[in-house]
Design a protein around this ligand. Structure first.
Ligand SMILES: [Zn+2]
Length: 176
């Protein structure tokens, strides 16, 4: 992984008195859409610049303020609040990869018989990774958590493998 300035805690840090519209370079822009859940402190998962809530025909989304230079986006709820924790491409790939490995535990997918019930598998993850129910969603994992879960699954069940493992790739973040 490249050395990224974007940290998960930064992305979801509550807007404090020290963080204003000016700090994220939006001082010459209208002050957003004025929605209840709108955030001004969201940082682009691709480049770290500020993000702005924007309307589109598919609904609201956060787009990188440096668009069109950077095309980072993140989903938004109808009230303007961000949809989950923004992730860059590498993190999204890691989550997908992790989900595939994890799902093998309870689906089997024909390669191996299921090892656990679905609920059991989620319970096992929570315990093994010491996560709260709230945290125990692969969709909220950062890359470190993804790698930890993959390692745990492989340690528990060395036979568990996906096509991704055989290709030996997690993707490269530096393709643009
Ligand atoms: Zn960006």
């Amino acid at each position: 992984m490249g050395d990224s300035a974007v940290r998960l805690e930064d992305l979801f840090r509550k807007s404090g008195s020290d963080i204003g519209v000016k700090d994220i370079g939006l001082d010459d822009e209208p002050i957003g859409l004025g929605l209840e859940g709108e955030r001004f402190d969201l940082k682009c998962p691709e480049c770290g610049a500020g993000m702005q809530l924007r309307p589109s025909k598919h609904g609201l989304f956060y787009g990188c303020s440096t668009y069109p230079e950077c095309k980072g986006t993140h989903g938004a709820h109808p009230d303007g609040s961000p949809l989950g924790i923004p992730a860059n491409k590498a993190t999204k790939l890691a989550r997908i990869h992790t989900h595939r490995i994890f799902d093998r535990l309870w689906t089997g997918h024909g390669e191996t018989p299921p090892r656990m019930e679905r609920g059991e598998a989620y319970e096992w993850v929570r315990k093994a990774m010491k996560l709260s129910r709230e945290e125990a969603h692969i969709g909220r994992f950062d890359i470190a958590k993804c790698e930890r879960l993959q390692a745990l699954v492989k340690k528990k069940y060395p036979g568990v493998q996906t096509v991704w493992d055989r290709l030996g790739t997690l993707g490269d973040d530096d393709d643009d």
